[in-house]
Design a protein around this ligand. Sequence first.
Ligand SMILES: [Zn+2]
Ligand SMILES: [Zn+2]
Length: 384
Amino acid sequence: MKAVVYNGPRDVSVGDVSDAKIERPTDVLVKITATNICGSDLHMYEGRTDFETGRNFGHENMGQVVEVGDGVDKVKVGEYVVLPFNISCGFCKNCERGHTNYCLTTQPDAALAGAAYGFAGMGPWAGGQAEMLRVPYGDHNCLRLGEDAKEKENDYVMLADIFPTGYHAPEMAGVVPGDTVVIYGAGPVGLMAALSATTKGAARVMVVDRHPDRLRLAEQIGAIPIDDSKTDPVQFVLDQTMGLGADRGCECVGYQAHDPQGTEDPALTLNRLIASVRFTGGIGVVGVFMPADPGGPNEDAKQGKVAIDYGLHWFKGQTIGSGQCPVKKYNRQLRDLIAGDKVKPSWIVSHEIPLTEAADAYRNFDERNDGWTKVVIKPELANA
Ligand SMILES: [Zn+2]
Ligand SMILES: [Zn+2]
């Protein structure tokens, strides 16, 4: 079958990979109808991880069930399903506690926890930027969609990762109705964090970025855009909050944070958060950080060491929540908000493309070219 194959840094192409198929009785086989390019694909695309050449990306997947194993009870052939990027079992110690982001069964390395489709360090699982996808523990991992699945496909596919991940940030930060929230990063996850903070009842949401197209999208949902190439975001937040700082903050950038001139500093956004969130405030970090980053800008960064202003953070009595999102904790409720027309996460989608245009889309998204805010790959477009 065709898939988007990684050939090396900044080099992907559509090639043949072995067909996805039912391998165990609990598997579900899904024909992919929508699969997104994610910001975290770019870390791998740029060669900043140990993702193996010849493998394929794709962890934000949705499609139609074409076959189920003998041990699958709930999911039926023909149904549309969206798959959490976390692959989890449902019965291990972490899954039982709801931490499906740190499943012990689907991650073969005993020193690690957590698995995902087509992802560096997250197990051997093939990605969904392909014609078909094998879904392990199908009854547990498939979130079934209703009759509006195709009509709202660009909304529902966001349930695989970025909408729940965006929701996880204000959730970890402790956002309650009436809060003022500052979000660093207006990529797809930051924009979803802004949507989620608003959905959770935040009175004011400020979003920091420097790309005009992203800031426009933030403004479209009522957030206050802050361009950090023109304005000091910390001072702006303090000015907006009588010098107190925001109640809550969200980190949606990750370890490749850099200033407007391009100088990388993995502590940049965390330090800005510590400075612009009030005493006793909460911070949710969903931007990706890595235990090692061989391509990092200095010796500390290469070893995953991030020099944050811990003294100020402690002094202010702030809390920080970190880590990948346990998608299953939120995806059902967020699905029903979409079904009930309360939220429309597809407002960020800029491009729908067939698999054959993936290489071009990766390049544009990686270069942050204007207007390339979110790409949805639809393998069926090739036949249209
Ligand atoms: Zn993603
Ligand atoms: Zn598990």
